[in-house]
Design a binder for this molecule. Structure first.
Ligand SMILES: [Zn+2]
Length: 225
């Protein structure tokens, strides 16, 4: 706690002191974020840091496993309420679902027995319970880290599908006034990979030289992604 208090002091004396006008304007005029950023609770994923975003720019939803429960079978609650508010009231133009490497939630999705003693976590991760079968079918040849990466990627793609299950999201996508992106943040290197529906690969954002991919995914299957 003392560390947090010292941190608040540093924030007020440095960042806030140099950006006082920005905070005053945000307080007076309200927020107009352009991006709804959905990511994991993991403490190693810091949205403002990895995107160099300023206060007021990212509307953030965090939960275990960066999951978006689908409207028809999901656990409707805080996540869906925040999506509705971001799209219908704030009018965001982008939604980013950002998974990450070394994700404990994905490990638990692949090995549900490891979280059997955690009924709430198990129920929540049940939203992505189709992943183990999908990984077995499409990535049976992979093991270890490669298998984990495939599951991290597939989990992000499932959430993009689930986003489309909200009628107000689907309408804005059809109208061309909203874009949704699937990202993976690689903790050990600081790199961010963005799903490219054409190639079916997660391609490095802001990389130099030849565009690297996070993994070597099988060609896209004929489904609406
Ligand atoms: Zn995570």
């Amino acid at each position: 706690m003392q560390k947090l208090e010292a941190g608040i002091h540093t924030f007020q004396a440095t960042y806030f002191a140099s950006n006082r006008r920005l905070f005053e304007q945000l307080a007076e005029k309200g927020q107009r974020p352009e991006t709804l950023f959905i990511t994991c609770c993991d403490s190693r994923v810091v949205p403002h840091l990895i995107t160099t975003a300023a206060p007021g720019e990212l509307f953030i939803i965090r939960n275990v496993g960066n999951i978006v429960p689908a409207v028809d079978h999901g656990i409707l609650g805080g996540v869906s309420a925040a999506i509705e508010y971001a799209v219908e009231v704030l009018g965001v133009s982008d939604i980013v679902v950002c998974g990450h490497t070394n994700c404990g939630a994905i490990d638990a999705i692949l090995h549900p027995e490891r979280v059997e003693h955690l009924p709430l976590v198990s129920r929540w991760l049940g939203e992505s319970s189709r992943i183990p079968k999908l990984i077995e079918e499409r990535y049976g040849h992979l093991d270890g880290e490669a298998r984990m990466t495939a599951a991290i990627e597939e989990n992000v793609l499932i959430q993009l599908e689930n986003l489309r299950s909200f009628d107000f999201v689907a309408r804005r996508l059809d109208a061309g006034t909203l874009e949704i992106s699937g990202w993976v943040f690689k903790i050990a290197t600081g790199e961010v990979y963005d799903y490219d529906p054409v190639s079916g690969q997660f391609v490095q954002l802001a990389g130099e030289g030849e565009r690297q991919t996070l993994s070597s995914r099988p060609p896209p299957v004929s489904e609406s992604r």
